[in-house]
Design a protein around this ligand. Structure first.
Ligand code: PMV
Length: 355
């Protein structure tokens, strides 16, 4: 990069958000999930992060400045500084260089899309590119490490480092699965290759209760054991459905998971609700449309009121008509985002693992 002086260097990655079909809800120890989860990476909802690193006098401290969409952001800066300080013994670069981190999201502002998965995984991918400039790792090792460190920053971020579907958390169904990092699910039937995700924005307001608070409330939740059992069963069933192209099971698992997640919030102590009246109206409409039309489509929700409507690309035209004529009326300012399954993260100024 021409504008950089000799002591400066930079790396740049783009990393996606992901949507979980089997939900991670509740953790133990250091970011270890109480149950396995399965998600797919999105294509349009991505964060781009550039780290400019400048050699500094040797010190034991991490030093950085953080800019979000061109403006210094002290809240994010503090969060990232805290995280990098926790992992500084694992990355020599963190005490050798001053880091100037510039991040931007390609999805619109204030649309209620959680961005910690895309943002934290993009930061970690940049760190690994710097750390491994000379020391080469295989693509698999690189992504496993990226997933491991992304998990420490934000649980669901560990699933964002792969294209398509990934699994995080130990399950008997797949021997190589782990609580410490996600793995890519490779045995996927073609009917799931081009899944669409139309995100219906019921509300873009910041949520009242953070996911971290929600995870904590699971530790004494009266339904905790039943939830762990359910998520394990759903993971095994979903892995099979994805292999076999069984869309009917996919729909059943996906919707049960979304409603279980929100039921767990309602039955936490204290109880809280993130789903809204318009989310329920949309769910009713989707189920009615499915019964009437026979199309394969289903909904899921993250920890918020917005509805992710999932369906194969072959039904896109009819489903877009249905969204416009029947669902947008329940969305905030007719707001929705068109997305689909993505190809995972990319290094923007140098294809590190494609060399
Ligand atoms: O990664 P966190 O701590 O933001 O938690 C994410 C929780 C859900 O989005 C509700 C579920 C999931 O598996 O992504």
């Amino acid at each position: 990069m021409d504008h950089l002086t000799k002591t400066e260097n930079s790396v740049k990655w783009q990393s996606p958000s992901n949507i979980a079909i089997v939900k991670y809800w509740g953790k133990k120890g250091i970011q270890i999930p109480i149950n396995p989860s399965i998600s797919f990476s999105l294509s349009n909802a991505v964060t781009e992060t550039e780290i400019v690193y400048t050699a500094k006098q040797s010190s034991n401290e991490v030093s950085l400045d953080f800019y979000f969409e061109g403006i210094r952001n002290h809240a994010f800066e503090d969060k990232i500084l805290k995280y990098l300080t926790q992992i500084k013994s694992e990355f020599k670069l963190l005490t050798q260089y001053h880091l100037s981190i510039k991040s931007k999201n390609t999805f619109p502002h204030s649309t209620g899309i959680a961005s910690s998965a895309s943002s934290m995984s993009s930061v970690v991918l940049c760190l690994l590119s710097i750390e491994h400039k000379e020391k080469q790792l295989s693509k698999d090792e690189f992504l496993k490490k990226a997933s491991y460190f992304s998990r420490l920053a934000s649980g669901s971020a560990c699933r964002s480092v792969y294209a398509g579907f990934s699994l995080w958390g130990k399950t008997g169904a797949i021997q190589s699965s782990s609580d410490e990092y996600a793995i890519s699910l490779s045995e996927i039937h073609p009917v799931f290759y081009d899944l669409q995700d139309s995100i219906l924005i019921v509300s873009s307001k910041q949520k009242k209760i953070s996911s971290s608070a929600g995870h904590q409330l699971m530790s004494l939740h009266p339904y905790k054991e039943a939830r762990i059992e359910q998520a394990n069963q759903h993971s095994t069933q979903l892995i099979n459905a994805l292999k076999l192209g069984d869309f009917e099971s996919f729909i059943r698992i996906c919707e049960t998971e979304a409603l279980s997640l929100h039921a767990l919030m309602m039955t936490s102590n204290p109880s809280y609700m993130l789903i809204e009246a318009n989310s329920l109206k949309i769910i009713e409409k989707i189920r009615h449309f499915r019964n009437e039309s026979g199309f394969e489509l289903c909904f899921t929700l993250d920890a918020g009121p917005n509805i992710h409507l999932l369906y194969p690309k072959s039904n896109k035209e009819e489903i877009t008509k249905f969204i416009k004529s029947e669902l947008l009326v329940y969305c905030e300012s007719d707001n929705w985002i068109v997305d689909e399954m993505g190809k995972g993260p990319k290094e923007l100024n140098k294809a590190y693992y494609e060399r």
